[in-house]
Structure formats: structure tokens, C-alpha cells
Ligand binder design. Structure first.
Ligand SMILES: [Zn+2]
Length: 293
């Protein structure tokens, strides 16, 4: 079996594929539910490895950035393959954790249109937002999850919701409390770039972030964003990485895949390109974190 980056994958297809991996490689992969979306979709976390400690990789926070959930699913499969060919001895003592689709309702909207939402009231309210479905960034209640997290940079505004109000936000926070991840990378699109600077954090934290970002830049070929790009309008806070860095004091990196000039809906041809750029990142990030322990 092999995940095909050329195929179209719905939320159900991705879940089915993950369950098949679990069935076939149950010694090394585990899948748990961390939350349920507004439109009743399970939000899974996938671990690959035999240890409890490890970093987290997430994708699909923003609905329209629908390349990364498929690419992360391919990375899960690749990690399993590499484990069985004895290429990742670290996974005897650690695990890699993946949330390939934190915002499943949004993914369905961006890839299928508003008819992808089952719940009639949600669907009708979403249509009133008058946003083209393939441009849609939010969850099924039109909240931007990446503005919803409680942290120093949270600002309440139209799409932010109340702090930590959304089921996807709560699912992420619960997972952080349950697994105490060693670090995290949140994959977004677009820019072929890496955000590492966290204004709310001390110099020592940001020096370590820069060291990690430099290494990830060499692996991916992506450039580093300058410090002032982190939150240029002071309205872009409330992200997963802000919550993670401020509450866990551990490395939290944002990687922007896909070239800046790409338009939505993102062309599926980007999947193979992005996969080649980031496929080493999960294991290499683990190695960086182990070396700092
Ligand atoms: Zn994004």
C-alpha cells in the first residue's frame, strides 16, 4: 500500500487510510481522538514510535491550505516504512506525533464547498459569510482557529472568537496537556518560509528557535522570516505556536509551504513538491530536540 499524492483525498479518505496503517502496523502506530468538530468530525492524533516523548506536527489549521494534511499523511506512512527498514532507531525511545487535520470541517469546505457540511444550520450560516469556499480559512462556525488561542498576543475581533472557544482549539490544548510534546511544528501555506521568532518569549528561547530554524531552513530550502514579520499588524496573534511557546516553553516553529504566489484552490501538483521539501523534517526535528536534551 502506498499513499498516492496525485489522488484527491476527502477527510473520510484520510481517516480511512490512517486506520489502515494502524491495522497493518499496530506495533508502531497508534491513533487517538483528541476532539470532535462542530460538524461532528473526529480530530485524530497519530503517534509513530515506541516512546512516550516526542515532537508534534500539525496541519490543516487553515481550511484552504489543503496540501499539508495530505503531505503529512504521506510523512506518517514514510516514517513507518523507515522505522521498519531500521533507519530511525530513535523511534525505539521516542515517538513522532501528528495531527494531520486539526480543522476537518474547514478542509471539507475548502475541498468540496459548503455542501460538505452536514449540519443544516451550520451550512446556512456559513453561506451567509459570503466567502468563496476554496478561499475559506475558518472552522464551521467561521472562526479562525489560529487567532483563537489564549496567549499574550490574542486580540478579540471578528474571526477570532472568544479565547479557546472552539473545539479544535480545545482539542489541541488537551493534546498538549496529555502528551507534553518536546516541541512542535505547525505547517501552513504559503511562502516557502519559516517563522521562529516569538515576541512574548525571552531572548534565550528565541536564540534556540533561531538555531532550530537555521537547521530546518537547510533541510527544506525555505527562507527564514524576519522578526518583525511574526505579527506585523498586532492582530495576527492567538496562534497554536503562541499558546505552545508560552504555556510549554518549548520550541514552536511555523513552516509555510508552497510558493507565495500560489493561488487558491492550491494546485494538487504542489503536494509532491512540498513532500520532497519537508519529508525529512519530522525525524530531523526530533534529532535536534534530542541533542538539546
Ligand atoms: Zn495558515
Amino acid at each position: 500500500m502506498s499513499f498516492n499524492l496525485n489522488h484527491s483525498y476527502s477527510y473520510d479518505d484520510i481517516i480511512r487510510y490512517l486506520m489502515l496503517l494502524k491495522k497493518n502496523f499496530s506495533q508502531i502506530i497508534n491513533i487517538e481522538t483528541i476532539g470532535i468538530s462542530h460538524d461532528n468530525r473526529v480530530i485524530p492524533i497519530v503517534s509513530v514510535g515506541k516512546g512516550g516523548n516526542g515532537p508534534l506536527y500539525i496541519a490543516g489549521v487553515h481550511a484552504r491550505e489543503c496540501i499539508n494534511p495530505v503531505v503529512l499523511t504521506a510523512c506518517i506512512e514514510k516514517t513507518i516504512e523507515n522505522y521498519y527498514s531500521a533507519q530511525i532507531p530513535e523511534l525505539e525511545d521516542y515517538s513522532l506525533y501528528f495531527i494531520p487535520l486539526l480543522n476537518p470541517d474547514g478542509y471539507e469546505i475548502a475541498t468540496k464547498g459548503y455542501e460538505g457540511i452536514h449540519h443544516k444550520n451550520l451550512r446556512e450560516n456559513l453561506k451567509k459569510c459570503k466567502i468563496t469556499s476554496h478561499e475559506f480559512k475558518y472552522n464551521a462556525k467561521c472562526i479562525d482557529i489560529n487567532r483563537n488561542f489564549d496567549c499574550k498576543s490574542f486580540v478579540q475581533k471578528k474571526y477570532s472568537g472568544m479565547k479557546n472557544s472552539e473545539p479544535e482549539t480545545k482539542a489541541f490544548i488537551d493534546a498538549c496537556k496529555r502528551y507534553h510534546f518536546m516541541g512542535m511544528i505547525d505547517f501552513h501555506s504559503r511562502g516557502n518560509s519559516i517563522y521562529y521568532y516569538r515576541e512574548a518569549m525571552p531572548d534565550e528561547y528565541n536564540e534556540n528557535q533561531k538555531m532550530i530554524a537555521d537547521k530546518l531552513s537547510k533541510i527544506t530550502g525555505y527562507s527564514l522570516n524576519i522578526m518583525s514579520d511574526e505579527n506585523p499588524d498586532s492582530l495576527s496573534g492567538g496562534n497554536t505556536v503562541h499558546y505552545f511557546s508560552e504555556y510549554l516553553h518549548r520550541p514552536a516553529i511555523t513552516i509555510e509551504t508552497v510558493e507565495e504566489t500560489a493561488t487558491f484552490p492550491l494546485d494538487n501538483n504542489y503536494r509532491k513538491i512540498v513532500y520532497e521539501q519537508i519529508k525529512e523534517v519530522p525525524v530531523e526535528f526530533l534529532k535536534i530536540l534530542i541533542s538539546k536534551d
